[in-house]
Write a protein that binds this ligand. Sequence first.
Ligand SMILES: CC(C)(COP(=O)(O)OP(=O)(O)OC[C@H]1O[C@@H](n2cnc3c(N)ncnc32)[C@H](O)[C@@H]1OP(=O)(O)O)[C@@H](O)C(=O)NCCC(=O)NCCS
Length: 151
Amino acid sequence: MQAQSADLLVRPVRARDLDSIIAIDAQITGIEKAEYWQERFHRYGERKRQPCFFLVAECDGGIDGFIIGEVRDWEFGTPACGWVFGISVRPEARLSGIGTRLLDALCNCFKNAGVSKVRTLLVFDDMLVMTFYRSQGMMAAPIITLERNLE
Ligand SMILES: CC(C)(COP(=O)(O)OP(=O)(O)OC[C@H]1O[C@@H](n2cnc3c(N)ncnc32)[C@H](O)[C@@H]1OP(=O)(O)O)[C@@H](O)C(=O)NCCC(=O)NCCS
């Protein structure tokens, strides 16, 4: 049964959520990255001085999704804005508004931190994530990504 978004609590991550976060990420990406998520928790969940945010969506005591973001000043030469680094919702809990609730909560954190713009990066052919962000009013930004292989 899908969770109803009204039953959800979106709150800052706690150490005891990590196993669920690792499991959701592994279910989506096919790779279990316990060390990576420990580091993310330390950097975004425990650090209080920087405007870093790591939020989870809790329903009936279980974790259905999470989002990570940070306010960055003058990143790529542009004024301070909030960056969404990652969002994931458990496949069985999708399409019930959880992703929307997570992004809204993160955007409120960004606004409280004093910024008026939110940005993210995504793989150009990830239609699911693109469709989600477009549904949230996100548009193409005046930024492009460049890369080259390092010999
Ligand atoms: C993108 C994602 C976060 C959306 O979460 P969600 O809880 O299903 O999102 P919501 O229920 O709030 O959906 C909001 C809107 O997004 C769009 N949307 C979401 N999933 C969609 C789908 N499968 N098909 C079409 N539109 C979709 C719809 O417009 C939807 O609004 P609607 O239900 O009124 O039509 C979720 O699908 C996910 O975790 N995907 C994998 C993300 C990933 O790869 N993360 C790792 C790298 S960051």
